[in-house]
Design a protein around this ligand. Sequence first.
Ligand SMILES: C=C(O[C@@H]1C=C(C(=O)O)C=C[C@H]1O)C(=O)O
Length: 474
Amino acid sequence: MASAFDKLKSKRCTAVITVPAPLAPPAAFLRNQRRNMSFFWDSPGDLPHAGAGAVEILRVSGPKRCAQLEARLERLWNDLVVHIHPDCAPPPPRAFGGMSFHPDGASSRSPHWQEFDDGCFTLPRWCYGHDGKRAFLSLAVRGPEDCDPVRGRELVDELEAILLGLERAAEASPVRHHERPAEAPANAAGTIHQIDVRTWERRIAEIHRAIGTGEFQKIVAARRCDVELPWAVDELEVLSRLVAEPMCTRFLFGREKFRFLGASPELLFHKRGKVLRTEALAGTSPCPAGADVAERANALLASRKDRVEHAFVVREIAQILGPLCKEFRSPAQPRVRSIREILHLYTPFEGSLEHEMNPIRLLAALHPTPAVGGLPKAHAAEWIARHEVEPRGWYTGPVGWVDAAGDARFVVAIRCGLVGECSALIFTGAGIVEESLASAEYAETTLKQLPLLRALGFLEEAFHPKPRQATDGS
Ligand SMILES: C=C(O[C@@H]1C=C(C(=O)O)C=C[C@H]1O)C(=O)O
């Protein structure tokens, strides 16, 4: 540690110093941290991470946001010095962040989203993660300013305090492979404001008119549900309850006033070396507890409207990524993914990139897929930005990480919301095609609110759910 600081004294560069740490739930690390620029990430098949503070904040905006991000990340990685304690084996340093659905700056002008920008990634000051067996804590420092003796001492004291906190957390709640959802607050109460059905029907009629002109084949409609609570929301409790959503990526991005969090079932892409994985997730059916899952799944597979909606996404992904890959495989027929009371059509893709490629280029090429935007892709995204009443902000945007080795994992920010002190905004949407019925899409977008409403403490029954096996296949 001291030698790493010494080397930085005379240099203008950023260093990430990683040391072994006690194995504790990453959320425990966040308990003692400031909320601004904090994040949490727990994705199936990935190492859980939590971070706080930032030594580099990469804010990007406007239509060139991906090019800006790519250039700034490249500079960051080129100038980065990595020191790893011999007793730990962390992954390469990661920048965590996300982007809004549309880079029109509308989100940054809205009071709810202004802290989030069109895109923002951080190299965290503190980053904690584990692989289930071993944990690490990384501290990022900037030379020479973080290395004067006073600042250096402060950082070392902070490091010791964090390690001590983690040790206590490890004793209190050792890491389990499956965290148990936190208890619900007793007598959950509060108010939920929904848009009325008529307003929704008018919005869908407007989309149908746009589709009727022949300009669009699909547009995803979204709505916002405003929740007020009589108590201060504890976002870490909310996250721990979201563990009940099977096979979802739980994420959180914290700012001073708001925290953006959720449990997304939709992978945008995962790149590891040249290996690329992605999926089409579109087409939905309710599947209430007690319903015959196989019967509902077969009905969903047989639904013409849902197959059309799904096929648009499959075709678009294949068109974008197919030419970039040596092989790009997907099953001929969609499968059904079951997430508690919701079933989705999904098609997994796996490929091998022809040439190594910057992951931000992949992000720029893929986002927004017709699963959350529409078709034609760019035109539908413009239409949404111009017509949608409540700014989507980061809802339906990509959230995830990019690392210094050029790997990345992003999910689509759905089943999520923006949480304030005693309030929350929950965003949900549904793909609209020619055959869609406004009433069914209203029901679908209400159903999609359930995970977050439950996690916020509404819907008491949700805390004693009848366990149902998650399935991922047909
Ligand atoms: C837009 C959302 O979900 C998307 C829309 C789907 C659909 O229309 O069937 C299904 C999965 C997601 O790609 C959302 O959950 O808010």
